[in-house]
Each structure stands twice: as structure tokens, then as C-alpha cells.
Design a protein around this ligand. Structure first.
Ligand SMILES: *Cc1c(COP(=O)(O)O)cnc(C)c1O
Length: 385
């Protein structure tokens, strides 16, 4: 929520920029810790959601591990002080350089997504005379009921190893002496707001876990990824999601053996609500059927609406007009998809007004581009103003 005090603090800053509410981030981190320690669960932060230095530092201080999907994310985690024994590395297309870097750092675990990747990691580990700890990223064929671009756990998705490949994988592992299989990894998608896909995931994991035990793989790590969604419609009503309910699903339905640890990789639910993209209205264009509010921020700063038809709450934080009018809120980029929201009800809006695009802390700043040779987007944290 933007109080008058906050608006006063930020209104002199040159737009567009990301503004992060660090008190809200801390509150979210505390909630995750409180609810997960009850069951002894391990939390990794998915770096790809937001790699802003101040945010990473706060998350590191909270004691989370790191979930990385590129060599540079592994490097970023290392440089920010994350213990390498707390870094996991996933991704369908890890390059040799990325694998070598992670091997040199002796990270906790490679989450492997194909049989060929197992061969390559084994070969590179052999050359370094190292044993690589790996988990199999498994495609559990669970429908996350989310946007098709952020569903990852279906057979038709590119991610993970499918159950029909298990026998081949187990056979293959016997010939790869420099790999040590320590766990099973899953991640079914993102922005999952109904908890039932997570229950389905638990039931699938139980079966797969039992299958591997029957093949004499008593694996210490079960990693269920992330994906829990946030409330984009009403960010102020649910600034911190119900982590108690989320972790309870796993406690209720996952059958872990005594020696098994449950790991999570949370991204969006950690950082989404603490961030807003702040922009200024450049022009108002009144058409016959449509009024446009043209902002100085566009899809180059926040691509989620253009990429996934994502909804973000849009607020005019400077207008005090009691009259509401509908605007198509658009950016300046030469693409018709550069639109943050259609027929958005706002108080009468004028050139120079401040617009906050809410819940933009996850997959916002990290996805910014310089298309149209735009300036690199700036960001400010509440505790540095
Ligand atoms: C993106 C990703 C996550 C985090 O997903 P969120 O929806 O942001 O929680 C976790 N694990 C893996 C492997 C990912 O690719």
C-alpha cells in the first residue's frame, strides 16, 4: 500500500523504477520461516524471480538456500555469500561451462533433466576427478491449472524426465560412476493459487519415491520445487500468502521416510508483493471508445502482461479525483502488446500522475530488456530512501 509518507519519499525519483518494500519482504520471509520450521522443511529461493542485490541479501540473511537455473545465477548466489552446500542448479539446457563452474564450486545438487545431461555431467565430473551429487528432475504429469506458458509438469512440457524413462535412467546410472543420485526433484509450474495440484503432486511423489526405493535407491532428498501463487487482484488484502496452509498440504499428504528431507524452491511467493513498478503518465489520448493513459514504463520494464496476459493491479497514486474513468494503460514501446491493462478504472488521470503497477517484485526487474534501446531500469528499496 502506498501511504502519503511513502509517496512523498519516492516522488522525486526519476521514473520508471522498481520500488521494493523491504519491510513487507521481511514479513514474508519471517512467515515462510515460521511455517516451514514446524516441519523441518528446507527452503531455497528461486533466484530467477528477482536477483536485485538488496533483496538477495535479505533472503540470504533469512537463511534460505539458492535455487539457480543458470551458471550466472549460481555465480550470483556464491558471490552473495550463499553456502555452496545450499545451492541447487536446475535447467533443461545447462552448458558445459555452466556445469564446470558448478562442479568447481561443489554445489549441493544438480537437478538433471535428461539422460543425455546425466552423461555429460558424469563426463565433466570425471575429468575433474569429482563426484557430482544429482537429483532427477521428474515430470510428474500433474496439471497445475495455470497459464500454459508457466505450466511445467505435463508430459508435453520440455522439462524433466518422464516416468516411462525411469528404468533406462536407473540402468544408465550404473555406468556413470562420477554421479551420486541423492534425490528426486519436481516443479509443476508457477502462480498456482489452488492448493489441490500440490496435493496431486504429493500423491505422485509418494509413488515415485516408493518405486525408487524398490530399486534400492533410498534417496535422502525430495525437492518439490515452488510455484505457489499470490493474489494479483488484491495485493493489499493478502500481502503475505497463507504459508501455513501451503506447507500443511505437504505435511498431510507427503509420505517421507525418517531419513528424508523435504526441500522447496520458492520464488514468486517470496518477492512478488514487495515490488511495484512506478511510472509517470506521459500523455492521455482520448479516443471514441477508448481512453489511453500512456506511461513512461512499458513492456521493457515489465513484460508479464505482454508475455503471459498477466494481470497486475494498476493504481494512480497521485490523483485525488473522485471520478472514475476507464483507461487502457499502455507503454511507449512500438508493439501493440505493450499494454499493462485494458479498461482499467482509475480516478481522472493527467500527464505527470504517478502510476503504481503492483505485485511486480517477481519476474519483473529480472525480465527487463533494452528493446528500443531503452535505459536500464532503476530500482530503489524502501530502506535506502
Ligand atoms: C521458476 C522455478 C521455481 C520458482 O517458481 P515460483 O513459481 O516463482 O515459485 C522453482 N524451481 C524451479 C526449477 C524453477 O524453474
Amino acid at each position: 500500500m502506498f501511504t502519503e509518507e511513502t509517496i512523498k519519499k519516492i516522488q522525486h525519483l526519476k521514473t520508471p523504477y522498481y520500488y521494493y518494500d523491504m519491510a513487507l519482504l521481511q514479513k514474508t520471509l519471517n512467515a515462510i520461516t515460521t511455517e516451514s520450521v514446524k516441519y523441518g522443511y528446507h527452503i531455497h529461493y528461486a533466484f530467477k524471480a528477482n536477483a536485485n542485490a538488496n533483496i538477495i541479501q535479505a533472503i540470504h540473511k533469512a537463511g534460505f538456500g539458492a535455487d539457480c537455473v543458470s551458471g550466472n545465477e549460481v555465480k550470483c548466489a556464491v558471490e552473495n555469500g550463499f553456502d555452496t552446500s545450499n545451492i541447487v542448479f536446475a535447467g533443461v539446457g545447462k552448458s558445459d561451462d555452466e556445469i564446470n563452474y558448478a562442479l568447481d564450486k561443489t554445489i549441493f545438487c544438480f537437478n538433471c533433466e535428461s539422460i543425455q545431461e546425466l552423461e555429460v555431467i558424469n563426463e565433466l565430473a570425471t575429468a575433474k576427478d569429482k563426484i557430482a551429487s544429482i537429483a532427477l528432475r521428474i515430470n510428474p504429469n500433474v496439471d497445475a491449472h495455470t497459464h500454459k506458458y508457466i505450466t511445467t509438469g505435463l508430459e508435453e512440457n520440455k522439462f524433466g524426465i518422464n516416468p516411462y524413462e525411469f528404468d533406462a535412467v536407473i540402468e544408465k546410472l550404473k555406468s556413470l560412476p562420477n554421479l551420486k543420485l541423492i534425490g528426486l526433484h519436481f516443479h509443476i509450474g508457477s502462480q498456482i493459487t489452488d492448493l489441490s495440484p500440490f496435493k496431486q503432486l504429493c500423491l505422485k511423489v509418494n509413488k515415485i519415491n516408493a518405486y525408487f526405493l524398490s530399486k534400492e535407491y533410498d534417496l535422502p532428498i525430495i525437492n518439490v520445487g515452488g510455484g505457489v501463487g499470490i493474489n494479483y487482484q488484491e495485493p493489499d488484502n493478502e500481502a503475505v500468502i497463507d504459508f501455513a496452509a501451503y506447507f500443511k498440504v505437504f505435511h498431510d499428504f507427503m509420505e517421507l521416510r525418517k531419513n528424508q528431507q523435504l526441500h522447496f524452491e520458492l520464488g514468486r511467493a517470496v518477492v512478488a508483493q514487495c515490488g511495484s513498478l512506478i511510472s509517470k503518465v506521459l500523455y492521455i489520448k482520448n479516443g471514441i471508445n477508448t481512453n489511453f493513459a500512456i506511461l513512461d514504463a512499458g513492456m521493457t520494464e515489465l513484460i508479464r502482461p505482454a508475455l503471459y496476459q498477466a494481470y497486475h493491479k494498476i493504481e494512480n497514486i497521485s490523483s485525488i479525483s473522485p471520478t472514475l474513468i476507464k483507461y487502457d494503460v499502455v507503454g511507449p514501446i512500438c508493439e501493440s502488446s505493450d499494454c499493462f491493462g485494458k479498461a482499467v478504472e482509475l480516478p481522472i488521470t493527467q500527464r505527470g500522475d504517478f502510476i503504481a503497477i503492483r505485485s511486480a517484485g517477481a519476474y519483473g526487474e529480472v525480465m527487463a530488456s533494452r528493446y528500443n534501446l531503452r535505459d536500464e531500469v532503476r530500482s530503489y528499496c524502501s530502506d535506502e530512501l
